[in-house]
Design a protein around this ligand. Structure first.
Ligand SMILES: Nc1ncnc2c1ncn2[C@@H]1O[C@H](COP(=O)(O)OP(=O)(O)OP(=O)(O)O)[C@@H](O)[C@H]1O
Length: 305
């Protein structure tokens, strides 16, 4: 499967408010794409448009290079923000029903549901009403509903919110399996450490516009790269014996932190880092000198400002 789910120029107005403004998005097959942005940035609106729950004011959703059809969309898996299962129905029964709605035979749907319940640790709750489950377990059932029919693409609105670490791992494992099948997976999240850990690609929205996107590595290395200098503490002296306070006085350098034998700084002028290194070597042995790639959370703060 080599099918891309893409959107171009997605725009959505509610009355005279434009909440999405020309958003382009590619969710590539066999890759996990994280969709991030502050509250109200437009993630849910975008996902609803991808699934056809909401019409765009302008722009287009494409699947396999052509405008997406209703039949294409029926084969997608979706976990909507408002969730989609019935509180009063029994868990396994309604998951089988979901599979049947997607055209599966009863035995095939039952097999898929049994497998998902097992993987999501929901077997003891198979015959419980959804509303009697804890919120985290209800969420596990919701993801099962999105996966039961082996979807061709997955669009998940905050699937990880409210999950305990074991449930996060179970969910992540399931999504990785879908990615390994070649499925394009898009999920929104405010948990940037999780996005950094799980995703190949990231799209960042701010106030209805796409403000950054690319692979996680590209985004991180495109941020403000700081350098860390570590020097040897003089023998017998505690580490603060090697005071790197002098780094603050090097022209073209902004110091983020000095901590005894270590300093973290940004070279705001080309070549300033070489002056720091030369001065450090003049003073004694250097144990390490390396760039520190910022975490995604820092990039996020830089791009949505
Ligand atoms: N039906 C609607 N009518 C009017 N405004 C709406 C409607 N749906 C969404 N909006 C507005 O669109 C903007 C984007 O909302 P959306 O839910 O897409 O953001 P989000 O990025 O998913 O936010 P969050 O992280 O808080 O879930 C918000 O300002 C919201 O109030």
């Amino acid at each position: 499967m080599t099918t891309v789910l893409s959107a171009s120029g997605l725009t959505r107005r509610f009355g005279d408010r434009t909440v999405l403004d020309g958003v382009d998005l590619d969710v590539l097959p066999g890759r996990m794409t994280g969709f991030v942005g502050a509250n109200g940035a437009g993630k849910t609106t975008t996902m609803r448009i991808l699934l056809g729950v909401l019409a765009p004011s302008a722009g287009e959703v494409r699947w396999d290079g052509r405008p997406v059809s209703a039949a294409d969309r029926r084969a997608f898996g979706y976990m909507p923000e408002e969730r989609g299962l019935y509180p009063k129905q029994h868990v396994a029964e309604q998951l089988v029903h979901f599979g049947r709605l997607h055209g599966m035979s009863r035995p095939a749907a039952e097999r898929a549901v049994a497998d998902l319940l097992e993987r999501l640790d929901l077997v003891p709750h198979a015959d419980d009403k959804l509303e009697s489950l804890s919120l985290g377990n209800q969420q596990r059932a919701q993801i099962a509903a999105a996966l039961v029919h082996s979807p061709t693409a997955l669009v998940l609105d905050e699937p990880f919110s409210g999950l305990d670490p074991l449930a996060v791992d179970a969910m992540a494992g399931l999504l990785r399996d879908e990615v390994a099948r070649g499925v394009p997976v898009l999920f929104s999240s405010h948990q940037l450490d999780l996005v950094e850990r799980l995703c190949d690609d990231v799209v960042v929205l701010a106030q209805g516009r796409r403000v950054a996107g690319g692979t996680v590595e590209e985004l991180r290395s495109g941020g403000t790269v700081r350098l860390r200098l570590q020097v040897a503490a003089p023998s017998g002296a505690p580490s603060h014996g090697a005071d790197l306070g002098w780094v603050r006085d090097v022209p073209g350098v902004e110091v983020a932190d000095v901590d005894g034998a270590g300093a973290l700084f940004v070279a705001v002028e080309p070549g300033a880092e070489q002056r720091v290194l030369a001065e450090a070597l003049r003073r004694g042995p250097v144990t390490s000198f390396a760039p520190v790639v910022p975490p995604l959370s820092e990039i996020f703060r830089e791009v949505v400002r």
